[in-house]
Design a protein around this ligand. Structure first.
Ligand code: CMC
Length: 435
C-alpha cells in the first residue's frame, strides 16, 4: 500500500523529519504520522477528525465528491437493486455476496436467533411508557452483555464472533419492535419464521395476536431498502464510537449500545426524526421561504434537518435511491397530495435551487427521504432512529470485528491541547472541612 513517497517536515529550520505517505486502494493519500511524537515531541490537532484517518478498513468506501458508496467494492445502487438486506449483511460480514447455499444457511441461522430471552422482555417494564425508544434501545441492547457475557472473552474465536454477529442481527428487529409495542401498551408479538427478515419486523411492529398480518410487498421492499442503505457508512461518529468503546476489550453488545447512544443525536441518526419535527413545525408550504431564510442566517442556529453531510459534497447516492422509493411508497399509499409530503417536496425543490445550498453543496441526505418514507408507512417519528440502529448494527459489528482482529489494534487514546489553568498550588491556608 505504501509506495515509497514521503512527506518532509521541517521544524524551526532543523533537519527535516520524514513521514511515509500511504496510498489506499481508493481515496485520499494519508500521511502516516504515528512516529511524529517519538521523532519530534509534537502531537497533531484535528478536532472533529476533519483530516484524520483513524484506521485501515476493507469494508466500505465513500467518495463524497463523486457521491459514491461501495460496500466491499460493490456500488450501493447495484446492491439496492439486486440484493436484499440479509445479502448485504452477509456481504459486509464475510467479504462477498452469499452463494445460494450460503444464503439458505444464513437465513436459517438468523431465524433461529430472533427470539429474545423472556427475562429480557421483562426489562421493558422497567421503563416509563413515554421513554424515548432510543433510550430503551441503549438500555436493552447494553443488557445483552449481561445475557451473553462470554462474548468479550470469545472474540479471538471466529466461530464465537459469527455467533455474536448472527445473534444481534437476528434480535435487533425484535428488540426495536418491542420498544414500540411497549410504548403503546400493545401485546408483544413473537417473531414469525415463515416471513422474511423485514416482513417479520413489520409483523412484530404492526401485527396483532387476533389475526394474521399480511405485509404489503411495496412497503416491505421500501423498508428493506432503508435497511440496506443504512447498513454501514465507514468511520462515522457512531461507528467510531463502537470502535473506540471496543478498543478497550469491552463486551461487543455494550459497544453497540454506545454506538446507539451516539447515533441518537440530531446531527447523526436522529436527523430523520428531527426532519419530520421540522416539517411539522414549518406546517405549511407558504412558510418554506421563511425557514429557508432562517437556515441561511448565520445568527440563527436553525439548520435544515436532512440536508448536508460531512462527507458528501454531491447528492448522497443513498438519497437518490431513497427519493425514488419515497415516490413509490407515497403513490402506493395514495399520499402524494398529503399536505406534509407536499411540504417536504416543496422544501426539497427550493433548497435544491437556492444559491446558498447550491454553493455549499448542501443536498438532501438519506435521512430526509427515509424519514418521509417511514412516516408514510406509519412508523412513529420517535422510532425512526431505532430503525437506523437496527440496520447499522450490521456495520457496527463488522467494524468492531475488523478492529479487534487488526494486528495494529491498540486502545484508542487521543491527545489534547490543554488550554486550562497552568499548574498552581492550593492555598496553604485552606483546610478540609466536614461536609
Ligand atoms: N442547513 C443550513 N446550513 C447548513 C446545513 C443545514 N442543514 N448543513 C451545513 N450547513 C452550513 C454550515 O452552517 C456551514 O456554513 P459556513 O460555511 O457558513 O460555516 C456549511 O454549511 C458547512 O457545514 P458544516 O456544518 O461545516 O458541515 P459539517 O460537516 O460539520 O456538518 C452535518 C455536517 C450533517 C452535521 C450538517 O450538515 C448538519 O447539521 N445537517 C443537518 C443534520 C442532518 O441532516 N444530519 C444527518 C446526516 S446524514 C445521516 C448520517 O450519516 O448520520
Amino acid at each position: 500500500m505504501t509506495e515509497g513517497r514521503k512527506v518532509l517536515l521541517t521544524i524551526d529550520g532543523k533537519e527535516p523529519v520524514e513521514f511515509p505517505i500511504m496510498s489506499p486502494v481508493h481515496g485520499n493519500d494519508c500521511v502516516d504520522v504515528r512516529s511524529l511524537t517519538a521523532k519530534t515531541g509534537l502531537f497533531t490537532y484535528d478536532a472533529g477528525f476533519l483530516s484524520t484517518a483513524s484506521c485501515k478498513s476493507k469494508i466500505t468506501f465513500i467518495d463524497g465528491d463523486k457521491g459514491e458508496l461501495l460496500y466491499r467494492g460493490y456500488p450501493i445502487e447495484e446492491l439496492a437493486e439486486h440484493c436484499n438486506f440479509l445479502d448485504v449483511a452477509y456481504l459486509l460480514k464475510h467479504g462477498d455476496l452469499p452463494t445460494s447455499e450460503q444464503k439458505i444457511d444464513f437465513v436459517k441461522i438468523i431465524k433461529r436467533h430472533t427470539m429474545i430471552h423472556e427475562q429480557m422482555a421483562k426489562f421493558y417494564q422497567g421503563f416509563r411508557r413515554d421513554a424515548h425508544p432510543m433510550a430503551v434501545m441503549v438500555g436493552v441492547v447494553g443488557a445483552l452483555s449481561a445475557f451473553y457475557h462470554e462474548a468479550e472473552e470469545g472474540f479471538l474465536d471466529p466461530k464465537a464472533r459469527n455467533v455474536n454477529f448472527n445473534r444481534i442481527v437476528a434480535k435487533m428487529p425484535t428488540i426495536v419492535a418491542l420498544a414500540y409495542r411497549y410504548s403503546r401498551g400493545k401485546p408483544f408479538m413473537y417473531p414469525r419464521n415463515d416471513l422474511g427478515y423485514t416482513a417479520n419486523f413489520m409483523h412484530m411492529m404492526f401485527g396483532t395476536p387476533c389475526e394474521e398480518y399480511v405485509p404489503n410487498p411495496v412497503i416491505v421492499h421500501a423498508l428493506d431498502t432503508i435497511f440496506t442503505l443504512h447498513a454501514d457508512h465507514e468511520q462515522n461518529a457512531s461507528t467510531s464510537t463502537v470502535r473506540l468503546a471496543g478498543s478497550s476489550g469491552a463486551n461487543p453488545y455494550a459497544c453497540i449500545s454506545a454506538g446507539i447512544g451516539c447515533l441518537w443525536g440530531p446531527a447523526h441518526g436522529g436527523a430523520n426524526e428531527a426532519c419530520l419535527k421540522m416539517l411539522a413545525e414549518i406546517g405549511d408550504v407558504s412558510r418554506v421561504p421563511e425557514y429557508i431564510k432562517r437556515a441561511k442566517d448565520k445568527n440563527d442556529s436553525f439548520k435544515l434537518m436532512g440536508f448536508g453531510h460531512r462527507v458528501y459534497k454531491n447528492f448522497d447516492p443513498r438519497a437518490k435511491i431513497m427519493r425514488k422509493i419515497c415516490d413509490d411508497v407515497l403513490r402506493e399509499l395514495g399520499l402524494e397530495n398529503d399536505p406534509l409530503f407536499k411540504l417536504a417536496k416543496e422544501l426539497e425543490r427550493i433548497a435544491l435551487e437556492d444559491d446558498y445550498f447550491v454553493e455549499k453543496k448542501l443536498y438532501p441526505n438519506v435521512d430526509f427521504y427515509s424519514g418521509i418514507v417511514q412516516k408514510a408507512i406509519g412508523i412513529p417519528t420517535e422510532m425512526f432512529t431505532c430503525i437506523f440502529a437496527l440496520a447499522r448494527t450490521v456495520g457496527w459489528m463488522v467494524q468492531w470485528e475488523e478492529m479487534v482482529m487488526d494486528p495494529e489494534y491498540k486502545i484508542g487514546r487521543p491527545r489534547q491541547v490543554y488550554v486550562g489553568e497552568p499548574r498552581r498550588g492550593v492555598p496553604p491556608t485552606r483546610r478540609p472541612e466536614a461536609d
